[in-house]
Write a protein that binds this ligand. Structure first.
Ligand SMILES: [Zn+2]
Length: 144
């Protein structure tokens, strides 16, 4: 299949490549039916995948809650507990709201910075999924 050729810039002939032409992997005739097939498969697997995702999320939150109830704040010695998770959630929501107020028309990629926050001194902790531990976020504390 020959692609239509575009203009030449500095000796390089470029051709706009569409989704269906990328690498020639999906011929244009099949792109529509494959997209429909993918949508149908997604629709039929949703009743299975959604509960699985919900269960995995619930399991991860339980692990985080367990780790928080076993972790002592490295700055003040207070046991973190579930309140630290709520405090971190509230702080993240507040930070996101402030960002939206400052940049109301911008699209942003938000990265969570804290999973637990000590309710006494405001020290932030990140969740290490692999080790199932909370680690101090270097240089971050609401009191700083
Ligand atoms: Zn503390």
């Amino acid at each position: 299949m020959a692609f239509p050729r575009g203009p030449s810039v500095a000796g390089i002939v470029w051709t706009p490549v569409t989704f269906t032409q990328a690498g020639g992997a999906v011929p244009a005739l099949l792109a529509g039916p494959l997209l429909v097939l993918a949508m149908v498969l997604l629709l039929f697997t949703l009743p299975v995948t959604l509960p699985v995702v919900a269960l995995l999320h619930k399991r991860d939150r339980a692990r985080l809650r367990t780790a928080a109830s076993r972790t002592q704040c490295v700055r003040c010695g207070h046991m973190l507990g579930p309140a630290a998770l709520d405090a971190a959630d509230a702080a993240e929501m507040e930070a996101m709201a402030a960002l939206r107020r400052q940049h109301p028309y911008d699209r942003m990629r938000i990265v969570r910075r804290s999973d637990a926050r000590c309710v006494i001194c405001g020290t932030d902790y990140r969740w290490d999924e692999r080790r199932r531990e909370l680690h101090l976020v270097p240089g971050r504390s609401s009191s700083e």
